[in-house]
Design a protein around this ligand. Structure first.
Ligand code: PLP
Ligand code: COI
Length: 341
């Protein structure tokens, strides 16, 4: 298969329209089979549930070309089950989890020419999503839904790739206790836009959100979970009911323990502790592992000892092992890699 003529290594994290996308409709209480289509436009009622009351959720995962030329994706079953959780919380019908994985495979296969080559530094980002499509004017769930998957080749989420970033402590909250922070609802991202635009204007790459109830504990950023490394090499990552259960973070906890022999702590992390960590990073599908070099708290700078030049040594080991597993250079735990073609 001939690849598209794209300058893979200069890609940022943006949208490039590919050839095919998957669409399935939910009507009269049932999902239709779904098809691949070339039509990238969505036509819905002006009163669709998604447009009036933001009834929508999404997922994000990536396809990779391995060293031996296969196309694979990483733990799509976990995206399927997280999307099921999002749908239940938003009163949306679950797209069957096995069908979700099949649809991901079909969509990637149909766009194989857009999967960046091994070693190019780029990957194919896959975006499954669902929304209420029929008219809803009283506040209630829609009766009809559309589930779609498109994909787009992407480079690094943060400019500069693996260079450490500077973030700031945000004065706004991302998610309420007992709210929707643990699911991938579009509304969580809509309400973060004001903060991210402001952060960028002030020269910060991301916002560090604290827990809304006490503002003493580290939660996550707008699009990634945190990982920290203590001075004695322990892997620490925040536990909270109001953050997204990152698949990357859950995988890194296993990589840290089983591949790198690190002690792993998944626990509440107080902001006061952050100054004592040796390394810090953001992790997620888009972020992969993005090292954090500086955290600014209302003018007070916390300089992470690993610095602003490169990833800290443990972060680098975690990064190399995780991406090595994703790209077929390192043997993966059972069931982590879904071969597409
Ligand atoms: N946290 C938020 C708010 C996110 O949007 C994402 C991205 O999906 C993550 C964390 C990382 O999750 P994952 O590793 O499953 O991509
Ligand atoms: C992802 O990592 O897949 C996300 O959805 C995060 C988003 C900020 C792009």
């Amino acid at each position: 298969m001939e690849k598209k003529n794209i300058d893979w290594s200069s890609l940022g994290f943006g949208y490039i329209k590919t050839d095919k996308r998957f669409v399935a409709n939910f009507k009269n209480g049932a999902w239709e089979e779904g098809v691949l289509t070339e039509d990238s436009n969505v036509v819905i009622s002006e009163c669709a549930g998604v447009l009036q009351y933001a009834q929508t959720c999404f997922e994000g995962l990536k396809a990779y070309t391995t060293e031996d030329g296969k196309i694979v994706c990483f733990r799509p079953d976990l995206n399927a089950s997280r999307m099921a959780d999002s749908c239940k919380r938003l009163q949306m019908p679950v797209f069957p989890e096995d069908k979700f994985v099949e649809a991901v495979v079909e969509t990637v296969k149909a766009n194989a020419a857009y999967v960046p080559p091994f070693g190019s530094g780029a990957t194919l980002y896959i975006r499954p999503y669902m929304f209420g499509s029929n008219p809803v004017i009283g506040v209630k769930p829609a009766d009809e839904y559309q589930f779609r998957i498109f994909c787009t080749p992407v480079g690094p989420y943060f400019k500069g790739g693996a260079k450490p970033i500077t973030i700031r402590v945000c004065d706004y909250d991302r998610a309420a206790p007992h709210g929707t922070g643990h699911i991938k609802a579009g509304l969580n991202y809509a309400m973060s836009l004001y903060q991210i635009v402001d952060a960028h204007e002030q020269g910060y790459a991301e916002n560090m959100y604290l827990d809304a109830a006490t503002r003493t504990k580290v939660e996550e950023t707008g699009g990634a979970n945190f990982i920290f490394i203590t001075k004695d090499g322990t892997f620490v990552t925040p536990k909270s009911d109001s953050i997204l259960p990152s698949i990357t973070r859950r995988s890194l906890m296993i990589v840290a323990e089983k591949y790198l022999g690190m002690k792993v702590e998944h626990r509440e992390v107080y902001f006061d502790e952050v100054k004592d960590f040796a390394e810090a990073g953001l992790c997620g599908t888009a972020a992969v592992i993005s090292p954090v070099g500086k955290i600014v708290d209302h003018g007070k700078e916390i300089l992470i000892p690993s610095g602003m030049e490169e990833m800290g040594p443990w972060t680098k080991k975690l990064y190399d092992t995780l991406t090595g597993i994703q790209m077929g250079k390192i043997e993966a735990p059972e069931g982590w890699i879904k071969e597409i073609m």
